[in-house]
Design a protein. Structure first.
Length: 148
């Protein structure tokens, strides 16, 4: 049990570090002069990081606690959930970016798409972190994606 709490604590710490250092993480992966400056000036890094982290953790919680079925405890079921979350968070973030940029008469369509492609990687990593943090408390899916 102590080991399971350690995994959960590590997952929460990794996620909080991602949220805390969001600008550095995102800009080290993707930086475009005008786009990144406007992204920062409009305060979009925080909502994007929160949506990304929240979607990853909520997706993992849905898989391990809401679905939590013997019929869906295989690695490929977990992979389907990973794909769904990895696509969903960047789509939501793109819609937010597009809305805020449009309200400020800015057009960064190509840059937003490129940014969200990198955000897909961060979403997938955070989903994996969340999965390994909370899988231990699932009654049926605790062995997914990798058996203990």
């Amino acid at each position: 049990m102590k080991r399971h709490i350690t995994y959960l604590a590590c997952g929460i710490i990794v996620t909080l570090l991602f949220i805390l250092f969001k600008e550095n993480i995102y800009e080290s992966a993707y930086y475009a002069q005008g786009f990144s400056d406007q992204f920062y000036n409009l305060g979009l890094y925080t909502p994007v990081a929160l949506i990304t982290a929240g979607t990853a953790w909520i997706g993992a919680a849905i898989y391990y606690f809401a679905i939590n079925s013997v019929k869906f405890d295989r690695w490929y079921h977990w992979l389907v959930m990973l794909v769904i979350v990895t696509l969903l968070a960047p789509i939501i973030c793109y819609a937010l970016n597009d809305f805020v940029f449009a309200n400020n008469d800015l057009m960064y369509i190509a840059e937003s798409i490129n940014f969200e492609l990198y955000n897909m990687v961060f979403t997938a990593v955070l989903f994996i972190v969340a999965s390994f943090s909370m899988r231990w408390w699932s009654s049926n899916c605790r062995h997914t994606p990798i058996p203990q």
